[in-house]
Every structure is written in structure tokens, then in C-alpha cells.
Design a protein around this ligand. Structure first.
Ligand code: ZN
Length: 482
């Protein structure tokens, strides 16, 4: 079945069909590196991560590009405030951005083009726009004449007409009530020239406007037409509207087939406890929460619905993650034990039928515009089936098969990245497992002869290595501490 996506360009739910069979070319508006990103910003980057993971789950090869805006109104303004050069300033916040991306286990894009590395490409494109009559030069820069582009404003159903020809917005951001010609190139101010923030161009010393950066860099790496462009919903106007105009005015081809926009995250401040304080950035949550909890929180609301962030939701996400992790750990512990295969019984068959049915269901809900909240419910159902199975006789082959499905679904949501490493140790590192079982035997022998000093020492030393021993009716098993 094809994946259905909400396409902002047509304002419809549509089947996704890639330009090239089996491949997805995707661009995401990346950060403007002028501060520590808000948790809402990371929600947008997370959305792109889920899209990518799900396309990969479906067998697509995804090529993902995300830009870094390291020159624009805001970076210039705030670098001056911090007393840093533009480069020092944007480097600092680029590092912070990546710290959050990696912490959240968001897959890194294949390329992160920086605006300042592509100035000549932008100048060339602006020159083409001027030559073709879509742009004009003024005393303070070069502007795009929106009246010249017939389809201007498709993303936001804009009807041109009321605004006066030649009304211009020099700032990168303005609202829909003030539709105007927008800046492609801005002549540097004296202050900017003094700070060395300028590039030579046919129109004098200056720098690109924000919107041209994304058109030029996306087409450079993905071609004049590509499959998916994502970003936050507030970028529809003017940013994405202008991106389309700049690109299509020259190429005459559709710039992007599917525009997918992520909704906002709003914060219910009154619900935050004192210990959490006034949380606005992901980085403030890093010391008190795990990445999986934040991922779960994002997953619990579909990308195109408003997510109201509250402490209650954080706690509930934390508890849900704990449940899923317990199942994962418990199955891993059982799979580590030498178990004699029981004959294939009705219980076995029921588990496998259920696991495969749930996997199909997962695909159905995710095919329907990436319905992650429903996807989570299905994963919980599979966890319940696994928990129940663990209570009876165990056939390791059957357990392994159902467990593989469980791990695949968790992996599609990027959950438990840490555990999957430990899992790899389980599959590959037999020696560790055997040594640990040997230590368990020594400890049991020590306990039998009431040598508690030795048995406690073994337990305590293992605890320091984050390995815990659990005495179960079936004997002692080892687990990774979480
Ligand atoms: Zn952009």
C-alpha cells in the first residue's frame, strides 16, 4: 500500500509516489544557529527523522539534506550582542544544535550545507532572476517581484491583488497581511562591513536573504524537482512560499512534489513543577530525562497536530518507556538462558500470528500519514503478548521471531538505541555471556557454603559494571542496569 501524506501544496491527503522508484529525496529547513533550539524546533527535526525511518522501514532509500542558516538577520543581530564574530557565534550554536540531535538519536542528514559556503551559487541564481525579469535592483539590494510569478502563494491560498506593486520587505520575516516583494540580496550596512560581514556581488557588498538560501541549496543537492520538503508550519509563509517562487520562476518545473509541515509544540507553563522550572529548550531536559522519554513524548501526538507539552505528559511518557523497556530486557534475559525447546504448541502459534498481525497493523496506521500515536499502541500490545508468553513454557525460536518484530517496530521509532547495542552484544559476544554465567555459578556455589562475603563481592562488582543479578524461580539471570 502506498503511504498517504498530508500535502500542504495541494491541501489534500495524497498517495506518495516518488520521482524515482524506491528513492526519496527530502529536504528539511534546518536551524538558524542564533540560539539554543526550543523543544518545539526539535519536534520539527524529529518529524523528519520519523519520516525518514519509516520510509527506510518500507524499503525506500532516503537521501536527506538539511541546511544550516549561518547568515541572516538574526545571526547578525545576536552575534553583535554576544560580542562574537559571526563565524564564532554560528559555530557555537551549530555545535549546540548537533548536541541535541545526537542526544535525541535523530539520524543525521546526509548533508548539512551551510549558507556561507554557498554564497556564489546564490549570487548566480539571483542574477538569473534579474536577467529573466523576476527580480529588480534597488539602492538597498535586490528584490523578487511577486506579481511576476503567477502561482505565488499556493501554499497559503494567497490571492494577490490588494498590495501595491513595488512594496518591499527588507526583513526576512513578515506576516501574511503584509505580502510584499522580498529581499534576495541585501546590501551590507556600514556596521556589517565594519564587522566583515559582507560578500562582493554585482550589486555591491552584501549578503543573501534567508529565503534564497534554501532554494539554492536544496536544488544543488537534490535537483530542480525533488520529492519532499519539510519544515515547521510557520514557515509556509513567507519562507516556503518564497522558496517556491524563486525556484520555479527559473526552472519552470515543480520545485517540490510534497510539502509536509509539522505543527507547533506549546508549553503549559503552569503545569511545570519547580524542579523542572520554565523549560523551553531540549537541553534543559537532558539531565533529568532520557532521550527515549522525549522521543516517546513527540511520538504520542501525530506530527500535524498541536502538541501541548506538560510535565504530566513527560511523566506518562517516562512510564510508558519503562514498560516497553522491561519487556525488552525480560525477553533478552530469557534468550540468554540455555532453554530446551518445547514442542511447538498452540500458545506458540498464537504468539506468532499475533505478532505478524500487529506488524501489519503498524504498517497500516503509519501508512496513513504517519500515525505514530496509533503505532505506539500497537507496540504496547505486542509487548503485552510477549510478557504473557514469558510466563509459560518457552520455545526460543518462537520467542526470537516475535521479538525480532518487536525490535523492528521500536527501531522504526528510534527507541532504545542504547539497548540495541547491548542486544548486539547478546548476538555476537558469547564470551561475555559465558563469563557472566560462570560468575553466577561461582556466586551460587559461594552462597551454598554460606560464603556471603564472596557472593556479595561478585554481585557488587558486577553492579559497578551496570550488570545486575536477579534470582528467578528458573535460576539466577543477569541483566543490564537501565
Ligand atoms: Zn528553509
Amino acid at each position: 500500500m502506498a503511504i498517504i501524506v498530508r500535502n500542504s501544496l495541494t491541501h489534500k491527503m495524497e498517495e506518495f509516489h516518488p520521482l524515482v522508484e524506491g528513492k526519496v529525496k527530502m529536504y528539511t529547513c534546518g536551524p538558524t544557529v542564533y540560539g539554543t533550539p526550543h523543544i518545539g524546533n526539535y519536534r520539527t527535526f524529529f518529524m523528519a527523522d520519523i519520516l525518514r525511518r519509516y520510509f527506510e522501514f518500507k524499503g525506500f532509500e532516503v537521501f536527506h539534506v538539511m541546511n544550516i542558516t549561518d547568515i541572516d538577520d538574526k545571526t547578525i543581530r545576536d552575534s553583535a550582542k554576544e560580542g562574537l564574530t559571526l563565524k564564532e557565534f554560528t559555530e557555537k550554536y551549530t555545535k549546540i544544535f548537533f548536541k541535541g540531535i545526537d542526544w535525541l538519536h535523530i539520524k543525521r542528514a546526509h548533508i548539512y550545507p551551510r549558507a556561507t559556503d554557498h554564497i556564489q551559487d546564490m549570487i548566480n541564481w539571483i542574477q538569473k532572476l534579474v536577467n529573466k525579469g523576476f527580480a529588480y535592483v534597488t539602492e538597498d539590494g535586490v528584490y523578487f517581484a511577486i506579481q511576476k510569478f503567477d502561482k505565488y502563494g499556493q501554499l497559503v491560498n494567497l490571492k494577490l491583488g490588494k498590495q501595491k506593486v513595488g512594496e518591499r520587505a527588507k526583513a526576512d520575516e513578515y506576516d501574511k497581511e503584509h505580502v510584499q516583494d522580498f529581499a534576495l540580496w541585501k546590501k551590507s550596512t556600514e556596521e556589517e562591513i565594519k564587522r566583515g560581514i559582507y560578500y562582493e556581488s554585482p550589486w555591491g557588498k552584501g549578503r543573501p536573504g534567508w529565503h534564497i538560501e534554501c532554494s539554492v541549496m536544496s536544488m544543488k543537492y537534490l535537483g530542480e524537482t525533488f520529492d519532499i520538503h519539510t519544515g515547521a508550519v510557520d514557515l509556509k509563509f513567507p519562507h516556503h512560499t518564497n522558496e517556491i517562487a524563486q525556484a520555479e520562476a527559473i526552472t519552470g518545473k515543480p520545485f517540490v512534489h510534497y510539502w509536509i509541515h509539522g505543527e507547533f509544540l506549546s508549553i503549559k507553563e503552569e503545569k511545570m513543577s519547580k524542579s523542572l522550572g520554565n523549560v523551553t529548550t531540549l537541553h534543559q531536559l537532558m539531565s533529568s530525562f532520557e532521550p527515549d522519554t522525549i522521543r516517546y513524548l513527540y511520538l504520542s501526538t501525530r506530527y500535524d497536530a498541536l502538541l501541548v507539552f506538560s510535565e504530566d505528559k513527560l511523566i506518562s511518557a517516562k512510564n510508558s518507556v519503562e514498560k516497553l523497556r522491561n519487556t525488552l530486557e525480560n525477553v533478552l534475559a530469557v534468550l540468554r538462558e540455555p532453554t530446551i525447546a518445547s514442542p511447538f504448541s498452540e500458545q506458540e502459534e498464537a504468539l506468532l500470528t499475533k505478532a505478524h498481525a500487529l506488524k501489519n497493523e503498524f504498517e497500516q496506521v503509519m501508512d496513513n500519514n504517519f500515525d505514530t500515536p496509533k503505532g505506539l499502541k500497537i507496540i504496547h500490545e505486542l509487548a503485552k503478548s510477549l510478557n504473557k508468553y514469558l510466563e509459560g513454557d518457552i520455545n526460543p525460536g518462537v520467542l526470537q521471531e516475535a521479538f525480532t518484530i518487536y525490535k523492528t517496530l521500536l527501531g522504526t521509532f528510534g527507541l532504545f538505541k542504547k539497548l540495541s547495542l547491548k542486544d548486539a552484544a547478546l548476538q555476537g559476544d558469547k564470551l561475555t555471556d559465558e563469563l557472566l554465567n560462570f560468575l553466577i555459578e561461582i556466586r551460587n556455589a559461594a552462597r551454598k557454603r554460606k560464603d556471603f562475603e564472596t557472593s556479595d563481592m561478585i554481585r557488587d562488582r558486577l553492579a559497578k559494571l551496570d550488570v545486575i543479578l536477579e534470582d528467578t524461580p528458573k535460576g539466577t539471570v543477569w541483566k543490564h542496569k537501565t
